[in-house]
Structures are given as C-alpha cells and as structure tokens.
Design a binder for this molecule. Structure first.
Ligand code: MF3
Ligand code: CO
Length: 254
C-alpha cells in the first residue's frame, strides 16, 4: 500500500478520533498513582473510548490482547496490562492508545510519573515530549520526511539520551499503520517529500541508556537491553502547507 492523501472530510473524521483519544489520555492520566495496576489503566481507557461509541484500535490488532499498551520503566512499548502489575512510587509509565471513529484512526502516547520520580526520569519524559515538538517544526508540505527524524534525533542526543531505532512512527488513516515509516533517527537520504493531506503518527521512543532493545517472551513487550528507563510520546499529525495540526493533542489536556 502507498501513502494516502486525506480529503477534508476524512480529516474531519480523524479530528474526531483524535479529540476522543486526547480525552481518553487525559482521563487515564488522572487515575495514575502508586498502588493501581496496569490493568486498571487499560480498563479506564477502554471505558472512555467505548463511552464515545468508538472502538479501541489496538484490541486484537495482530492478536494484541488489550486496549491500551502500558509500558513501565525499562519497557519501551507494547507492555501488556496485567492486574498483577502494580505501579509503585518512582515508576514511569507509558500509555499508548488508539481510537477508531467511523473507520478512521488516531494513535497517541504519553508517559507519566508515578508518585515522586527522580530528576533524571523527569528529564527523560520532558526531553521525549519536546523531541516530538522539535520534529514537527519540520512537518510541513515541501519539506522531506527525514527532516523530522533528524530534528528528533539531534534534540534527544544533545540531551544525552538515545532514540530507539528498531521501532518507528508511521502513516495513519483508515489503517493504524500505513506508509511511510517515520524513523526517529536520520537514515541516509532525505526521505519522501511531505504533502498536504498526509497524516503521520510521529512517536519518539527515548532511552536513558543505549538505544538497543529486545522483546520479552510474551512476544509483545519491548524492553531496553541495558535495563535503562524508556519514555514514549506520540501524536497523530496532519500535514498542511502551513503549521501542522495535531489531531490527538489539546493544550488543555495531557
Ligand atoms: N501505537 C502502536 C504503534 O504504533 C500500536 C500498537 S499495536 C498493538 O506501534 F497491537 F500493540 F496494540
Ligand atoms: Co503509533
């Protein structure tokens, strides 16, 4: 499948998916505290998504067994919620969620502190979020895809952290994963030219230590090889001739 250019009507539907997703993240963030389980977060997220009559897009996606990916500390992405996994003071937790509204997708991730966390972990979460905002300064028709990648990588590395290379962002629309792949590091070349109507899920994953990751035996949970903590931040972004529109983000929400 190739890159899809969305019509104004399709963007309207993705805007609604994104709005619901931003609200879902905000509601999930409110319940985070030491003592809750990662399954409690999954339950809350699924409840909010369904309250809008929407479908959580991750549920059963390639066999994924839950609605929200909940990844703690050295878990990078795709952690599987469990009622036995209790969050503790000092943990960091990444939540990744997707919403389908009238056949159109939105995908977004946030990382939160659980109770009081270290200064280094605070910096990790902030740098990851800011790297997304550095990247989207280049998310504009006429620029090239890897301009975004390069800006993310430069910002993360200037702050002493590393960007995960084995996982990338992606086009999004009727499908959760569409072309193009959106790396968070700069490959050789400059990548495809960006066009108005492209919609991209841009999602830096940042480690305190080395960028290497591996997969746990559950075949889903990706963890850092060196055990260092990892943070994730993602939004669904609409490319225009001017400023990009963040479909899954609102300034008054997380
Ligand atoms: N947001 C995730 C990504 O873009 C999607 C998770 S798929 C799931 O890779 F199956 F793990 F839910
Ligand atoms: Co994604």
């Amino acid at each position: 499948m190739s890159v899809t250019i969305k019509s104004e009507h399709e963007i309207e539907l993705m805007r609604e998916a994104g709005r619901i997703l931003a609200i879902t993240h905000d509601e999930m963030a409110k319940i985070i505290r030491p003592g809750i389980s990662t399954m409690d977060i999954n339950r809350k997220g699924e409840e909010i998504i369904r309250s809008f009559g929407c479908i959580p897009s991750f549920l059963n996606y390639n066999g994924y067994p839950a609605s929200i990916c909940v990844s703690v500390n050295d878990e990078v992405v795709h952690g599987i919620p469990s009622k036995k996994r209790i969050l503790r003071d000092g943990d960091i937790v990444s939540l990744d969620a997707g919403v389908i509204y009238k056949g159109y997708q939105s995908d977004a991730a946030r990382t939160h502190a659980v109770g009081e966390i270290s200064e280094e972990d605070k910096k990790l979460i902030e740098v990851t979020k800011q790297s997304f905002f550095e990247g989207i300064k280049f998310a504009k028709a006429g620029n090239h895809l890897f301009d975004i990648s390069k800006a993310i990588q430069n910002y993360v590395e200037a702050n002493g952290f590393s960007v995960v290379r084995d996982l990338v962002g992606h086009g999004i629309g009727k499908n959760l994963h569409e072309e193009p792949q959106v790396p968070n590091y700069k490959p050789i070349g400059r990548g495809m030219k960006l066009r108005k109507g492209m919609t991209l899920a841009i999602e830096p994953m940042v480690n305190i230590g080395a960028y290497d990751v591996w997969m746990l035996d559950d075949d889903w949970t990706v963890v850092t090889k060196d055990g260092s903590k990892s943070s994730h931040y993602e939004n669904t972004v609409y490319i225009t001739d001017g400023e990009p529109e963040l479909l899954s983000y609102r300034e008054d929400l997380v």
